[in-house]
Design a protein around this ligand. Structure first.
Ligand code: G3I
Length: 392
């Protein structure tokens, strides 16, 4: 291809990209402008001032709450400023990768009969050194399974694998884990089952009893830890989220009716303002229904994606902050909620940058601190929600 042709086609390509970005930016702002929630979402006059110069963990503790965040060894070990910000603001920590079967640069399970605790032990030592309550995430999940899982596991050996995993991993940290996400994201009504269970290898190999088995084995391996069922998509006034809330509640009732040891529901709270309608009354009712089962609730992975918000940083930050405060002020009225964790503390390390980037390529701004560890309005919003929450 001639040089001119190459240049032309390259320019066309770039022009095409540019116009695509422009189109998508217009599309975002048009959909946002047409969004009936525009006024409800963005109020330039909204007050986000904080009344006390305390950290998030101190404000939470004043109400008997716990605030924490997620991160990884690879982020913390290479970023002293981030580690300091976490220690300053958090009294709880959850590893984003290191207690999974495999994720990122952590491979807890190199083989069917193999374990590598290097990264997980680093996390446990980090938490102990800084007196952070530690969450275990997660024992049983259909994602982040090592490559050998698919090739090796079957109906005959899955039970033995699960037992050895729990009796080795959970037992190793027994007494050090505030709460384990024993089973993660096992409900998916779209899979069409009457019980709402997600069709996963665990369900295929062990049947519906895999959930009860995981909870009973974890309880036996660490009698001190809180046993949590963790899931997402429980937050909004949409048919999908309503179906999921109903199915999760039924699962919790079913587990309790069969004597499964379970102490809490983990609500991930990955929020999407501008995409879904928020109905505080429906959310409040769901939390009350869960609490009426005698269960505690942990907000386990909160962040506010800005994919459906305009590019303007001031507008985005206001809407993100309002979303944090509106959601937390709703759920913290339920005193069964014992802890709130954001899925990261700084925009420098959000999974959303990689997994759900904005179509206009602008840097995402989902978390309480910006990439320079400076407090954003989102930080104020969380602080205000803790400050106004009823005491536990
Ligand atoms: O950094 C490595 C890179 O060096 C390597 O080349 C690449 C290919 O394997 O992997 C990169 O690491 C990936 C990492 O995200 C980068 O951010 C891991 O593979 C990938 O597993 C990891 O994804 C994590 C995901 O769970 C799956 O474990 C995300 O960090 C983590 O934020 C996300 O968290 C989940 C919760 O556990 C459950 N709830 C939803 C939440 C968000 O998806």
């Amino acid at each position: 291809m001639s040089k001119i042709l190459k240049l032309t086609s390259r320019r066309n390509f770039l022009f095409g990209l540019g116009s695509l970005a422009a189109i998508s930016a217009v599309a975002i702002s048009r959909s946002f402008n047409n969004n009936q929630d525009r006024e409800a979402l963005d109020n330039p006059e909204r007050d986000f001032t904080v009344s006390q110069e305390l950290s998030l963990k101190q404000l939470a503790a004043q109400k008997g709450l716990i605030y924490g965040t997620a991160s990884t060894k690879s982020y913390l070990a290479s970023d002293p400023a981030y580690m300091a910000a976490i220690v300053e603001n958090c009294s709880m920590f959850v590893p984003e990768w290191e207690f999974k079967w495999t994720a990122g640069d952590a491979l807890l399970r190199p083989g069917f009969n193999q374990f590598d605790f290097t990264a997980a032990d680093w996390i446990a030592n980090f938490a102990a050194t800084h007196k952070l309550l530690l969450r275990g995430h997660t024992v049983v999940w259909h994602e982040s399974l090592p490559k050998w899982f698919k090739e090796t596991v079957n109906r005959e050996n899955a039970s033995q694998l699960l037992q050895s995993h729990i009796q080795t991993v959970v037992k190793r940290y027994a007494g050090k884990i505030h709460s384990w996400d024993v089973v993660n994201e096992a409900i998916e009504p779209k899979d069409g089952r009457d019980d709402g269970l997600r069709i996963t290898p665990w369900l295929e190999y062990l049947g519906t009893s895999y959930i009860d088995l995981a909870f009973r084995l974890t309880a036996a391996a660490d009698p001190q830890t809180l046993l949590v069922y963790n899931d997402y998509g429980l937050d909004y006034d949409t048919p999908e989220d309503e179906a999921k809330r109903v199915a999760v509640l039924k699962l919790l009732e079913r587990l309790q009716s069969q004597g499964t040891p379970i102490h809490a529901l983990g609500v991930q709270a990955h929020l999407y303002p501008g995409k879904h309608k928020f109905n505080p009354d429906k959310l409040r009712q769901f939390f009350a229904d869960v609490a009426s089962l005698g269960l505690k609730i942990i907000i386990t992975e909160m962040d506010v994606a800005d994919n459906y918000l305009p590019r303007d940083v001031a507008v985005r930050d206001r809407i993100i902050a309002a979303t944090y405060e509106d959601y937390l002020s709703t759920v913290l009225d339920e005193t069964a909620v014992i802890a709130v964790l954001t899925w990261g503390l700084s925009d420098r390390y959000s999974w959303l940058s990689q997994f759900q980037p904005r179509s206009d390529k602008a840097a995402v701004r989902p978390l309480p601190l910006d990439i320079y560890m400076r407090r954003k309005l989102a930080w104020n919003a969380i602080a205000r929600a803790f400050d106004h929450a009823p005491k536990r």
